[in-house]
Write a protein that binds this ligand. Structure first.
Ligand code: GLU
Length: 895
């Protein structure tokens, strides 16, 4: 390494054999790291130029001048450098000297490469400044303060120019209660007076903008005066926050946030740094100041632009001399190449917009926690600040909660927190009891912290759409009035932006609280209630269909045609008892369980009758049983069954919710037409239907004619005690209650984990049972719940009976058809006629529906009175009743 320096210092450029030497001037104050960056970057250009096509062939030589405060000296130095034939000037960092240098460079058209923060930077023709534009930084700080919801904060600045960086923050002071206090740091080295003033103002949020040289001292003195506690949050405007030793503030819980331009974990940064680690004289790349990194990048950018210039003019670059008062002919081209070149450097992507400002760069949002500086987000021009998911960086290595004392906000909403009913006068935390109180007790026991409960009103916090500000409990947490808040505080997306929540300790959703259905008045047709209307209709239809079917089957069934006069052996006609009228009567008699004088004879008609009897048996028995239940249990008049019933408002029931809370916010934000309509109704009738507190809503529901949208957990609590109340319909949404704490609280993870443990071990369930079902009148409505409702039986309950009936009658039909065919074939044989002829004759008779008497057909040629078959059946085949009536003639004398 030493050898390399000696060679570079004493050998002319030509010795290296790669073209001419290009000289660059460095004007720097006493700043070893910046000077080192300048030299190391030049050296890397020279070393890499053979293997990298992007780099110039020329050997780049540095002319370093350490400048003082006198502008005349600086002008002299610039002239000397120009006379030496420089191609660019780097530095200085001092504002006044830099302006001087820039004027001269503009005149001579020598590129001037700066790496310093300029409050009002005029981008002269000859200036390339790698430092991000001050207005961009101002906007970034404003976004951070807005994201952190700082409404009250102090800007502590070093000199007037720092205020320019803060100019956008000053605009946050407005009539909506945003207070911005501005305080200037004195000359130093004692800054305690102003720090004490901040302490006295009790402002927990501080934006500190001072140079990195005095930052460690300011922080140290802030700690000494006591404004580096876990209640204080700082935004450090310097991009070099990571370079100083922050260990003294690492464990105190102070929220220290800043941005960095150099990402020490970036592979290019680590590789570049490690290559010259000994020369840098630093332990890690995180100690690289932003100015040093920018100077390094500036030299690299110059090298690449020089190469392009070289390629463009294809000749040796002739350099200018100060005394000639001539401008350098290639100066502006070199500048333009620098502005149009893109490279990746220690400070990320180096690229310029058409106005000459650095564009497309990224800043990393960093925060101090127990593990030191951690990256918690990234800023870029497109997305603004993107916070890392779950703020994992903050969650690692949380400070212990042991022996800390937290102020816990509670709202007196049963059963989450209530005043104890005690004969003795209680003080302090002992005054309260409830579900939330017990949860804090359990969590505190596990984590070892102390707590003091502070009562708050029942405004939990909603975002004002105009100002974007929160009120109520959330506001108090944001302002640091309390550390934690527990009550029926719903976790919502809006609130989550402003504060942090633990995992939910209870899950719930919005539902309707309404009075239980009242007994319906008596009805003349109450006897119809055991069956649903469909069952009645189906039964009637079944009665008609089966009656008709029995009639048809009766006509088809040969056995149903009987001799009307059994004493006449050879009747001329047969009769059928199953006329249409009789069929209806027969089935009606069976349905009423009364029977009738008609009795089917044929197998198929008996099958129909049997099926019907079975049907009647079940239907009437079930009717009797269910009617008994209906007579015992009073039927109820249900006015609303769900949210749609309320929205259509058929019964004129008014409805509302808690005036300020997540429930009304749900309706307000909803895009669902029904909910939107309901919100409009509630808004228009706000005085009448929106309630300040849940208990007022409950009281109004009890008065009648009013339904109250409430969270299901609270409804369950009320319904457990006020037996006239009940929950109606299903949940409109699904959410949870959580413990709220300040945004980015280091305790969030520990508290969440403890809540999960309490859930898994069943402690939360036990506490819920205690406060919902046991304490303060819990379980009062249990007995009432045991009675069940009688419900009309529907087709689902008795459908099977209909099926049996259908199957039975279908079988009967099939059997009749078979019987008829058999009968016709027998008759055809007996009559000695064709089957077809007989069939035709039979069918012709059957379709004449008005005929109930059937002539007896006999064998062709046989006497009308002579029955041809032995068994004496009137229809030859199957005798009615299974026997042959015998006619016995007697005379009176024989008696
Ligand atoms: N839990 C609600 C909240 O956190 C209050 C009650 C309600 O709006 O129904 O705002």
């Amino acid at each position: 390494m030493l050898m390399r320096f000696i060679l570079m210092a004493f050998l002319p450029s030509g010795v290296f054999g790669f073209g001419k030497t290009v000289i660059i001037g460095g004007l720097y104050e006493e700043n070893p790291m910046v000077v080192k960056a300048f030299e190391l970057s030049t050296r890397s250009l020279n070393e890499e130029r053979h293997g990298n096509d992007d780099l110039p062939n020329q050997f780049v030589k540095t002319e370093l001048v350490t400048i003082g405060n006198d502008p005349y000296d600086v002008a002299h130095d610039v002239c000397n450098l120009a006379n030496a034939g420089i191609a660019a000037i780097f530095g200085p960092q001092d504002k006044i000297a830099a302006r001087h240098v820039q004027t001269m460079c503009d005149t001579m058209e020598i590129p001037h490469i700066a790496a310093r923060w300029e409050p009002q930077q005029s981008r002269g023709n000859g200036l390339v400044n790698l430092y991000p534009y001050s207005q961009t930084l101002a906007a970034i700080y404003l976004q951070l303060v807005t994201d952190y919801n700082w409404n009250t904060f102090t800007i502590l600045y070093q000199n007037t120019e720092n205020l320019i960086r803060m100019n956008q923050l000053l605009k946050r002071s407005d009539i909506h209660g945003h207070t911005v206090t501005i305080r200037q740091l004195p000359e130093g080295p004692d800054y305690r007076e102003v720090l004490r003033m901040i302490k006295a103002s009790e402002d927990p949020n501080i934006v500190l903008d001072c140079s990195i040289d005095i930052l460690p001292e300011v922080l140290k003195q802030a700690q000494q005066v006591g404004i580096m506690s876990n209640k204080h949050s700082y935004i450090i405007a310097s991009l070099d926050l990571q370079t100083i030793d922050l260990e003294p503030y690492q464990y105190g819980g102070t929220n220290l946030t800043g941005f960095r331009l150099v990402n020490p974990e970036d592979p290019y940064v680590t590789e570049t740094f490690n290559r010259d680690i000994l020369d840098w004289g630093l332990e890690s790349p995180s100690q690289l100041t932003v100015e040093a990194a920018l100077v390094y990048d500036g030299v690299q950018l110059f090298g690449r632009a020089l190469k392009q210039l070289d390629d463009a003019i294809m000749a040796d670059v002739k350099l200018s001399l100060c005394n000639n008062l001539e401008s350098w002919e290639h100066g502006s081209s070199l500048m333009n190449f620098m502005r149009s070149t893109e490279i990746r450097g220690l400070t990320g992507l180096i690229k310029f917009d058409p106005a000459g400002y650095r564009s497309n760069f990224e800043l990393e949002l960093i925060n101090l926690n127990l593990k030191g500086i951690q990256k918690i987000g990234i800023w870029n021009i497109t997305n603004g600040i993107d916070y890392l998911p779950s703020m994992a960086a903050l969650e690692v290595g949380e400070p212990s909660l042991r022996n800390k004392t937290f102020i816990v906000l509670i709202a007196l909403t049963p059963p989450y927190a209530m005043l104890k009913e005690s004969a003795t006068m209680e003080t302090g935390n002992d005054r309260y009891e409830g579900f939330g109180i017990d949860i804090i007790q359990e969590v505190a026991k596990k984590l070892g912290f102390n707590y003091t409960f502070v009562e708050s009103d029942e405004v939990y916090g909603s975002k004002d759409p105009a100002t974007g500000e929160f009120d109520g409990l959330i506001r108090k947490i944001m302002d640091g009035v309390a550390d934690l808040a527990i009550c029926d505080l719903t976790i919502t997306a809006d609130r989550q932006e402003a504060v942090d929540f633990t995992m939910p300790f209870m899950n719930l959703g919005i539902s309707i609280l309404f009075v239980k259905p009242r007994p319906a008045g008596s009805s003349l047709f109450a006897f119809l209630s055991p069956y649903s209307i469909e069952v009645w209709l189906y039964t009637t239809a079944a009665y008609v269909v089966v009656s008709l079917l029995l009639w048809v089957v009766g006509r088809l069934c040969p056995d149903e045609w009987t001799n009307p006069y059994p004493c006449i052996e050879e009747p001329r006609e047969l009769e059928n008892q199953l006329s249409l009228k009789n069929c209806f009567w027969f089935l009606a008699g069976a349905f009423m369980q009364q029977g009738s004088e008609i009795a089917p004879i044929g197998l198929s008609t008996r099958m129909v009758a049997g099926s019907w009897w079975f049907f009647c048996l079940i239907i009437t028995q079930a009717y009797t049983a269910n009617l008994a239940a209906f007579l015992v249990i009073e039927s109820k008049q249900v006015l609303i069954k769900n949210v749609e019933d309320l929205a259509t408002n058929q019964h004129g029931i008014k409805y509302g919710a808690k005036a300020s809370g997540s429930t009304i916010d749900f309706f307000k934000a909803s895009t669902h037409p029904t909910y939107k309509k309901m919100y409009e109704y509630m808004r228009e009738n706000a005085d009448e239907v929106l309630m300040g507190r849940n208990d007022l809503g409950v009281a109004k529901v009890l008065e009648g004619g009013y339904a109250f949208f409430m969270e299901s957990s609270s409804i369950a609590y009320e319904a457990e005690r006020k037996c006239d109340l009940d929950e109606v319909g299903s949940l409109l949404d699904s959410k949870g209650y959580g413990i709220a704490m300040k945004k980015f609280s280091p305790y969030r993870n520990a508290l969440s984990t403890t809540i999960l443990t309490l859930q898994e071990t069943g402690v939360l369930k036990d506490l819920e049972n205690k406060w919902w079902k046991q304490k303060r009148g819990g379980g009062r409505c249990e007995e009432g719940k045991a009675t069940s409702d009688a419900k009309a039986l529907g087709t689902g309950n008795v459908g099977g009976v209909f099926i049996v009936l259908i199957v039975g009658t279908a079988l009967a039909c099939i059997w009749t058809a078979l019987e008829l065919l058999w009968e016709i074939s027998c008759t055809a044989i007996n009559k000695n006629v064709s089957f077809k002829e007989e069939m035709k004759e039979e069918l012709e008779f059957i379709v004449k529906c008005n005929r109930v008497a059937k002539p007896v057909r006999r064998r062709k040629g046989s006497s009308a009175v002579n029955l041809s078959n032995e068994n004496g059946s009137t229809r030859d085949c199957s005798p009615p009743y299974g026997f042959v009536p015998t006619v016995i003639t007697t005379s009176p004398e024989e008696k």
